[in-house]
Design a protein around this ligand. Structure first.
Ligand code: ADP
Ligand code: MG
Length: 763
């Protein structure tokens, strides 16, 4: 059955070596009760461990059922321990966080016996050792004798061929010892039982055969046995523990230390909480920005200005990056500053103006033209008629709305302004008065309209209906004999002249609350066709003709340079091209089409002939988008550091757990668990911890979004900014689990490498 041939085993501690087994040769029968008797340190435990495959012999041969074990691999020994050996230890070695049934089941769990079968056999074994009434207890609720019975039941449950008992009654009182010995004697009826003891009385009273040990040698044998040649008919069923079993084992273990687990999970969830909050905030802000873009930035126009700054944030970044690295070569590089200049002068040719006019009205809601054309204005007041400076009125034109089939043709005014008093303008003679957000209008404007600028408030009624006269150049300016021009002082005559156009305020308007930006400032605004009218009326005026041919200001006779002369001509109505064109796309999506249309004009044109526009909305959003991304990245990096910290913490915790569970590791190994299985037990524990802390982190982060949102709402009136995305939640739990398992894996590997014998010796 079992044969030890010249087995030797030496231990080395530092430089000294101990011969634990010194040439042991022994043969055992299939069924007998053998007692190995010897004083302490004679090598009894070592011999038992070698027989049980828990400790390896150095030389010699151990033959099991005719099979030589010299070539046994780890796997074979694991299987051998699991299938053929049942260990009973002096100190019982039960796993305290498992119930007694589960303790008994453990060996069968490793060999993959089905659940029901396992349970049935465990209960049967426990009944056999007389513990049927204690099945639902935990090991620490039992007496020493009862615990040893559980250990015997565990040794028997998997129906091994050999039971190895190392001082099974060493920790028990005499009465209990007798009961346990009777039980072992009973077991020995149909198994080979090898019991180690230093008590000769016990050996003589119970054992069939006594083998005496001294100094690692057999000194006597009461019933030696010579093994006959046997065929090799020894088969082993390989053991393995599945991950689920490992999980259950770890779950039970974790349950016994709830407080510590909760604290650990909380500490390691902090990183997850941080990242989850940052992601939900940045995500929320991005959503807010997108919403803002859709709602408000639609109103942001595309601006085409004569002096256009052709910069965008990307270019600026590229620019600053470009000059980061100084060239190493000692050479100068020629370049044309013009090419690198960020300013560009747009030339609005007639072609271009036509091109703009032909823009698809399906995509563009309105177009505004800003011109330098001055208007000659008169106002009738109580003290008489006076000249009005158009600057005092903040006199400007508002964009013209385009009509398109199938589109909501809300006019520019309707879309952006509230009508506070009066009516919408219908033709070029109708002016509107725009008040600012606080309903204010400038005192200069009030004065120009002949109203009391010192009044506390002025009723809107008084403003509506106010009349002004637009006087043509030829009436407004008079030529002098010297060829210069002066202002006509006869206001009454100009005012009453039929060539003067009377215009009047028809409505009071104010910018809508949710409109972010509009072209119109507080003041008086007119339709674009009023300018057209003035230009037409003045294009043949004498003063304009004179100015066009003179290099001096025809009013003051001051000399003019080219630029100021152009300005002067424009002012007198000699140039109808605007200096700013403002295009309002109908929607955010339509804008792309408009931009494409504008880009199409530039295709194939030289740089100077190109017309460059500024997309206000784009400038703003690409800036803000980049900033949010950047901030998110920095914050996530910070939070990630706390993940690393928790990773290290988990590693330490797992390491302590390994130290704490050393005994359990030994028991599992004695029951036939592979090294891999031991790793699994601890991996399972960290897996549970990771999932737990991940879920905890996500839950805490989720609940934190509520107070955070109310704080943000109080500060910014933005609702529900922090929003935890389900995909982020799942991802973070996965990350937490993976990281925790990573942190625990090295200690788990260390656990599996623990020497089983050492592990069992530890207290
Ligand atoms: P017994 O069980 O008969 O008391 P052991 O088999 O435990 O004796 O020990 C036999 C000898 O081997 C002793 O001298 C003991 O110190 C030594 N020994 C046993 N295990 C180890 C070990 N893991 N490391 C070093 N020496 C050991
Ligand atoms: Mg011993």
């Amino acid at each position: 059955m079992l044969e030890l041939k010249h087995i030797k085993k030496t231990y080395h501690v530092g430089d000294t070596e101990t011969k634990a087994l010194d040439d042991i040769s022994l043969s055992f029968r299939q069924k007998e009760f053998v007692a190995i008797l010897g004083v302490s340190g004679s090598g009894k435990t070592t011999c038992l461990n070698v027989i049980g495959g828990l400790d390896r012999y150095d030389s010699g041969d151990l033959v099991i059922n005719g099979k030589h074990t010299v070539d046994f691999k780890d796997r074979d020994w694991d299987a051998y321990r699991n299938n053929s050996i049942g260990f009973i230890f002096q100190s019982y070695n039960l796993i305290t966080h498992l119930g007694i049934v589960e303790n008994v089941e453990l060996g069968m769990t490793l060999s993959g016996v089905s659940r029901d079968e396992k349970h049935r056999r465990a209960v049967e074994a426990l009944t056999k050792v007389g513990l049927e009434d204690h099945i639902h207890k935990k090991p620490n609720q039992l007496s020493g004798g009862q615990m040893q019975r559980v250990a015997i039941a565990r040794a028997l449950a998997n129906d091994p061929d050999i039971i190895l008992a190392d001082e099974p009654t060493g920790a028990l009182d005499t009465t209990t010892s007798v009961q346990i010995m009777d039980l072992i004697k009973e077991v020995a009826k149909d198994k080979l039982v090898i019991m180690v003891t230093h008590n000769p009385e016990l050996a003589e009273n119970y054992a069939d055969r006594i083998v005496r040990f001294a100094d690692g040698r057999v000194v006597s044998d009461t019933n030696p046995y010579e093994e006959e040649k046997q065929d090799d008919h020894f088969k082993l069923k390989k053991t393995s523990m599945n991950f689920f079993t490992a999980l259950r084992l770890s779950f039970n273990n974790i349950r016994t230390k709830k407080g510590r687990t909760a604290l650990t999970a909380f500490a390691s969830s902090i990183g997850i909480i941080g990242i989850a909050l940052i992601l939900s905030l940045s995500n929320g802000f991005q959503i807010q920005i997108d919403k803002f873009q859709r709602e408000s930035l639609t109103n942001f126009p595309i601006i085409i200005s004569k002096q256009s700054a052709s910069v965008n944030p990307e270019q600026m970044v590229a620019q600053s990056k470009k000059y980061k690295d100084y060239p190493k070569a000692k050479t100068a590089i020629p370049y044309d500053p013009q090419n690198d200049s960020m300013m560009h002068t747009n030339i609005f040719t007639e072609d271009y103006m036509e091109y703009i006019k032909k823009v698809d009205p399906q995509t563009v809601g309105s177009i505004g033209y800003t011109r330098v054309v001055g208007m000659n204005l008169l106002s009738k007041q109580d003290k008489g008629i006076t000249r009005v400076d158009s600057k005092a009125l903040n006199f400007s034109s508002y964009p013209t709305s385009l009509k398109a089939k199938g589109q909501t043709n809300k006019s520019y005014l309707k879309q952006n302004f509230d009508l506070l008093q009066g009516s919408y303008p219908k033709d070029k003679q109708d002016l509107i008065l725009v008040v600012d957000k606080k309903n204010r209008i400038s005192t200069q404007l009030l004065e120009a309209l002949g109203l009391d600028k010192d009044a506390k408030s002025i009723d809107f009624h008084e403003l509506v209906g106010k009349e002004l006269k637009v006087v043509p150049n030829d009436l407004f300016y008079q030529s002098t004999p010297m060829g210069t021009f002066t202002f006509n002082q006869n206001y009454q005559q100009m005012y009453d002249n039929e060539k003067s156009l009377s215009v009047r305020i028809v409505g009071v308007f104010r910018q809508k609350k949710d409109v972010v930006m509009s072209e119109l400032n507080a003041g008086i605004a007119y339709r674009d066709d009023l300018v057209q009218y003035v230009i037409d009326a003045d294009k043949d005026s004498a003063i304009l003709k004179a100015q066009q041919t003179s290099d001096r200001n025809v009013l003051t006779m001051e000399p003019l340079d080219a630029d100021t002369k152009t300005q002067m001509i424009s002012y007198l109505g000699g140039d109808e091209t605007p200096y700013v064109i403002t295009i309002y796309p109908r929607s955010f999506n339509a804008k792309d089409d408009v931009l494409k249309y504008l880009d199409a004009f530039n295709k194939g044109k030289s740089k100077e002939d190109q017309v460059i526009y500024t997309d206000m909305a784009d400038t703003i959003t690409s800036l803000s988008g980049g900033i949010i991304d950047g901030i998110t990245m920095v914050l996530v990096a910070f939070a990630a550091t706390s993940l690393i910290v928790s990773l290290i913490m988990i590693a330490i915790i797992t390491y302590t757990s390994v130290l704490e569970r050393t005994k359990e590791i030994g028991v599992l190994r004695a029951l036939g668990a592979r090294k891999k299985d031991i790793t699994r037990v601890f991996d399972a524990e960290t897996c549970l911890l990771g999932i737990f802390s991940g879920c905890l982190g996500i839950a805490i982060a989720y609940f934190l979004t509520f107070p955070i949102n109310s704080i943000i709402y109080a500060a910014t009136e933005l609702k529900n900014v922090a929003q935890l995305q389900p995909i982020h939640a799942v991802l973070l739990i996965v990350i937490s689990t993976v990281l925790t398992m990573l942190g625990g894996h090295i200690p788990a590997r260390m656990a599996s490498k623990k020497d089983a014998v050492e592990a069992l010796r530890s207290e």
